[in-house]
Write a protein that binds this ligand. Sequence first.
Ligand code: PLP
Length: 274
Amino acid sequence: MKIWLDGGLRDADGARVSVFDHGLTVGDGVFETVKAERGRAFALTRHLERLATSARGMGLPEPDLDEVRRGCTAVLDANPMALGRLRITYTGGLSPLGSDRGDNGTTLVIAVSEAPRRPDTTAAVTVPWTRNERGALAGLKTTSYGENVVALARASELGASEALFANTVGQLCEGTGSNVFVVLDGELHTPPLHSGCLAGITRALTVTWAGAKETDLPLDVLERAEEIFLTSTLRDVQAVTRIDGRQLAERPGPVTAEAMRIFDEQAAADTDPR
Ligand code: PLP
């Protein structure tokens, strides 16, 4: 397995990042997960733009996006696989513990692993913890993902694959690693970005391609939605067939099935440069 580190390809075995790396000690790093089918990264430009946005939001130095793109291509070429999960991690780099960030550069790691095919349907639960839509990290894709890890563990205990958060004012926000869409009276809605959700790339494409409305939605909308689905880089569009014990139709409903069809069709035509 080859990874990208310190500006070049390295063997993953033996590649080193300092134990004093900011990303490890205080979690001030940002990341992207990119889907790669047969060596081709999907929507890479959007992912690179979001990496830079997250880095800015965290006060990290501007990442060199040309290097990140070069690194992604090199890693994909060096590790051929049918369906890959490309992970780009960018941190504040080496600094003495507890001090301000020094000028010791940043850390960029790019790696790829085999991604399992996600099923078309899944179960989700809501969790009692809230997303802080006014927090410093709202909407940023940072390595400070502990809250998501805890919520996902709760979902897993309850036999679900995703946990959904409300924000501090009780509005539906997002999942631990996905955005959420609901069908109400036959119309497709998703929470707006001011709910505190991540500006998901699959979400943005689905809003455009499937014509969803961005609407403030109270959490209890999940109790009456006719259909619910999740979007994310590795899920694409995934139907929720059980929410907090409420069984929805066993198969994706008509609006979800159409969103899936449109997404697959448009994604296949993606012409993002490598
Ligand atoms: N929300 C959170 C918190 C995420 O971590 C992710 C995925 O990585 C998403 C939403 C979905 O975003 P995307 O479609 O860009 O993968």
